[in-house]
Design a protein around this ligand. Structure first.
Ligand code: SF4
Ligand SMILES: [Zn+2]
Ligand SMILES: [Zn+2]
Length: 302
């Protein structure tokens, strides 16, 4: 099949536009959409240090590669990467190796923080002694450590590799669970004291496009799945969206655009509150004690 824009062989069929794209036009289209998204939400400005949350999975690897491509020549923008080792045997060590390798290749300073050292237990151990879902410990502590490390590195932004599939799932899930407050937290550019602003430069890129970009650029792609990943409701939403998108291409964009249309209402409904400093660790929290410190107490770590 020929590219819809030139005479070269197509390497990708973009379902939502109906276009066949050769390597060059696929890359141009990909980069243009990432740039547009960064500009739209003013994700990156001048003189900034951007910390990349680097799990070593395909999304974060592609994110680092794209940011290096876009900002590698800029003297005023610095990229650093932070990996969190949760302590999940068999799953995390190989992706951490990928993270290390890719940061070396891209000449991005790489920092690793571990649950074991910073929290006191590996996730595998928390799961043994605690009663909660593994993803609760993992999500809360990972977010906590990423924010703390990003601040320690004086980062202005914390970039994550979320793609359109992740975003559309989360938006729909929040609607289905009637959790509008959580939905409001997805609004980009919500500046809060003590929290390094999170940005998602790939939020308009399909997962399939990320995999294609990785393959075209010889980037390592890990398809390993976390042994604790068991989120039946999210999986149901993912399958529904996948099926719907297959039949009616572009619907994930519709979910994103609808969310963007109601952003002003969400901002008004949930104005930003000033966060407190956790009485125990000083990290930001809407309460007196942050969630990480509460979980640590439950696990008898403090
Ligand atoms: S699926 Fe695994 S890596 Fe992801 S949040 Fe849950 S425990 Fe952590
Ligand atoms: Zn072409
Ligand atoms: Zn705390």
């Amino acid at each position: 099949m020929k590219c819809s824009y030139c005479s070269r062989e197509a390497v990708y069929f973009q379902r939502h536009s109906g276009k066949h794209l050769c390597r060059r036009h696929f890359t141009e289209n990909f980069i243009r959409r990432v740039k547009r998204n960064i500009r739209k939400f003013r994700m990156i400005g001048r003189n900034e240090r951007i910390a990349i949350a680097m799990s070593g999975g395909k999304d974060s690897v592609v994110l680092a590669h794209v940011l290096k491509r876009l900002y590698g020549d800029r003297k005023d923008i610095e990229l650093v990467a932070i990996s969190v080792d949760e302590g999940i045997s068999g799953y995390r060590p190989p992706t951490l190796k990928i993270a290390e390798h890719i940061c070396r290749e891209l000449e991005i300073q790489h920092h690793v923080v571990t649950f074991e050292e910073e929290i006191g237990l590996r996730l595998d151990e928390m799961v043994e002694i605690g009663k909660r879902n593994p993803c609760t410990y993992c999500g809360v502590f990972r977010k906590y450590l990423l924010n703390r490390k990003a601040k320690e590195l004086s980062a202005d932004r914390l970039a994550t590799g979320h793609n359109i599939d992740d975003e559309a799932q989360t938006i729909l899930l929040n609607f289905l669970q009637s959790d509008i407050e959580r939905l409001a937290r997805l609004v980009p550019s919500r500046v809060q004291r003590g929290l390094v602003l999170r940005i998602k430069p790939l939020r308009e890129i399909y997962e399939r496009e990320i995999v294609t970009y990785a393959i075209l650029n010889n980037l390592p792609v890990s398809f390993e799945e976390c042994p604790y990943s068991h989120m039946p409701v999210r999986a149901a939403v993912r399958d529904f969206l996948y099926d719907f998108e297959n039949r009616y291409p572009g619907r994930k964009f519709s979910v994103l655009r609808s969310f963007e249309a109601i952003m002003p209402c969400l901002r008004e409904m949930y104005p930003q509150i000033d966060l407190n400093e956790c009485e125990i660790c000083g990290e930001p929290t809407p309460k007196n004690v942050c969630q990480a410190c509460e979980l640590k107490k439950e696990l008898r770590l403090s």
